[in-house]
Design a protein around this ligand. Sequence first.
Ligand code: ADE
Length: 257
Amino acid sequence: MSLLVFDVITIFPRFFEGPLSFGIVNQAQKKGTIGIQIHDLREFTTDRHKTVDDRPFGGGEGMVLKPEPIFEAVERIYSRQLRREGRVILLTPQGRRLSQQIAKDLSTFRQITLICGRYEGVDERVAEFLVDEEISIGDYVLSGGELAACVLIDSVTRLIPGVLNNERSRVNESFGGTSEDVGSPTPSLVLDFPQYTRPESFAGHRVPEPLLSGNHEKIRLWRRRKALEKTLKNRPDLLQYASLSEPDRRLLNDSLE
Ligand code: ADE
């Protein structure tokens, strides 16, 4: 039996044929670790035209997804499984921003229902009375929640035990480990260190010498310093300089000099 089943409610069921058929998510489905069920919102309408949207009360541009088919779809999903073992999520730019921690928390559920918003919005009664939480994948507006649902499925799936062959690769990666894993007692988040592979020299650019030295301590320090530098350059918001460990601060000071 799958460890985690995703039920996705969408008006574009075929959208998911591509993004979920490759790599880790595809393998996890084949192994049966996860299950993904796509539900066409139109199937849960009761009128002849299969109407899923309507004009907004109070006026304004665009169309709003109606509540009835969405409530009906969720009810149908939980007629087959326990609602309390699952999580119902609305993908919307108005949601809480997805993070590695949220993905980790979600990976412990047995079932997750993802409702993909569309058009100008979703009737607010869905957010208020149906879902457990609203999630956004970032501070930009997509044309719908389908891409966001794929991002969430991918980020959650790779955290399920047994999905990635190499457990360490999760610990080492950006946002992946606890600060203890990298020798710091602080809650500071640090991005991944840069990786290189063959050839040693490409277009005149050589692989940094410490990586070729075979000296594990030298490699470890170089990687830590590069990770700190990269974080300072690209994501200074992540780096709590004040709470960096003394060795980290020294490494960073060496690079700033
Ligand atoms: N729908 C539209 N934009 C979105 C976003 N940024 N995150 C989640 N769902 C969305």
